[in-house]
Design a protein around this ligand. Structure first.
Ligand SMILES: Cc1cc2nc3c(=O)[nH]c(=O)nc-3n(C[C@H](O)[C@H](O)[C@H](O)COP(=O)(O)OP(=O)(O)OC[C@H]3O[C@@H](n4cnc5c(N)ncnc54)[C@H](O)[C@@H]3O)c2cc1C
Length: 378
């Protein structure tokens, strides 16, 4: 008699070493593709996810493996209407599949890069990208129990973490609550449902604001609320929370978790909107009065320029016409991370660099001001 194949894994796995949240698991990432290094990626697949979201799969030009941490992003650049345009996109594929790398892009109405990618990025076309950056990764809050909260395209870093955990064969206790406008807007719906069938420790809850054209949505309706969280994830206070989505969504999530007595120290978020960042790192005009001038030398290219003590290295380089890799200009994205070989700077960042990187001599050029002459590893 044929036996029936049961898709859901009901037996608990034996305890394995939980490598997922350890920075050392992903440590080789920085070494193989530093965030300040631009590479050419070749588009090898394009997938329609929803009516306005596409995944673009790339391989490196040389076919080499690409390394990164789940949750990190790359900064892509393209010549669009005679201008070089750069934007950050989270790597939605996991580092456990290193020969390709995906970004999943939602069309922004009127947006330059997202529409350009949707229209122009086809099989065989190339795209320049700076290496992986960002600290919204599992090692930001290693924990056995996690709650992933995302909305819209904010699903991408959490999807990379989910795929990586499954690929590592780790039955992580994760509840993934994703909010979408309508059922048709849910990104990765089928894959998430399939993954939740594979592990009883992984639960997916989709919340839709409206029925949309199709109708018939049986799941939770409206916006994510504390009542919904209490009902569907009663142990949410015990979970490390990772959140990504539009600014308004994240504000609401932060507030509802505070109202629900979730420990803020166990809350991690990624913003896709640099403009919303609170702290501005450019010098205030009054600070610019008592200034000292220093010199900056780029060790590899041999270029030099002068810098005032009130200027960031990035601002001085731009003024001198020396292009440095950068994106957010606010100490968040990490694209301008560079080793200071000689000299000292004062850096005021917004989370775009890790303590272990600072210990290694790396600094973010967009939020570092000189306190001596500098030699940089670029
Ligand atoms: C760390 C990080 C990770 C990200 N990951 C993802 C991801 O995985 N997937 C994803 O889809 N997005 C992601 N983003 C967002 C992405 O970087 C882009 O911001 C997004 O795709 C929009 O870019 P765009 O060039 O299409 O739009 P932009 O050209 O930047 O336009 C954005 C908005 O501004 C308006 N606008 C543009 N120019 C003007 C003007 N001159 N005057 C008035 N209004 C104007 C546009 O109409 C549009 O509404 C991420 C962002 C960050 C910071």
């Amino acid at each position: 008699m044929n036996s029936v194949v049961e898709p859901r894994i009901l037996q608990k796995r034996p305890e394995t070493v939980d490598r997922f949240g350890l920075a050392s698991t992903w440590e080789r990432a920085d070494a193989q593709w530093p965030s300040h290094e631009q590479r050419t990626l070749v588009c090898c697949r394009v997938l329609d996810e929803t009516h306005d979201v596409r995944t673009f799969v790339f391989s490196s030009e040389e076919g080499q493996p690409l390394s990164f941490e789940p949750g990190q992003f790359i900064t892509v650049s393209a010549e669009i209407d005679g201008q070089t345009v750069s934007r950050c996109y989270t790597i939605s594929s996991p580092p456990t599949r290193p020969y390709t790398l995906s970004i999943t892009v939602k069309r922004t109405p009127g947006g330059v890069m997202s529409n350009w990618l949707h229209t122009n990025m086809t099989l065989g076309r190339t795209l320049s990208a700076f290496g992986p950056a960002g600290v919204f990764t599992p090692s930001a809050g290693p924990a056995r129990k996690a709650l992933y909260l995302s909305a819209g395209s904010g699903v991408t870093p959490l999807m990379a973490m989910t795929r990586a955990a499954f690929d590592l064969g780790q039955d992580r206790d994760v509840v993934f609550v994703h909010s979408a406008r309508t059922p048709d807007d849910i990104i990765f719906a089928k894959e998430l449902d399939a993954l939740s069938q594979m592990s009883s420790a992984f639960r997916v809850i989709h919340v839709c604001e409206a029925q949309g054209e199709q109708g018939g949505w049986q799941g939770p309706m409206g916006r994510l609320s504390l009542d919904l969280l209490r009902a569907r994830v009663p142990d949410y206070q015990e979970r490390e929370v990772f959140t990504c989505g539009p600014e308004g969504y994240m504000d609401a999530v932060r507030q509802l978790l505070l109202d629900g007595n979730h420990d803020p120290a166990r809350y991690h978020q990624e913003s896709f909107d640099f403009a919303e960042t609170i702290e501005v790192v450019e010098a205030a005009p009054e600070e610019a009065s008592a200034q000292t001038c220093f010199s900056v030398r780029l060790a590899r290219s041999g270029k030099t320029f002068t810098i005032e003590s009130s200027q960031t290295v990035l601002a001085a380089a731009r003024k001198a016409g020396v292009p440095l890799p950068s994106s957010c200009s606010q100490g968040i994205c990490g694209t301008c991370k560079t080793t200071v070989l000689e000299g000292t700077v004062e850096m005021k960042h917004n989370g775009g660099i890790r303590p272990r990187e600072i210990d290694k001599g790396l600094r973010l050029m967009c939020c570092s001001r000189p306190t001596s002459d500098l030699v940089l590893d670029m």
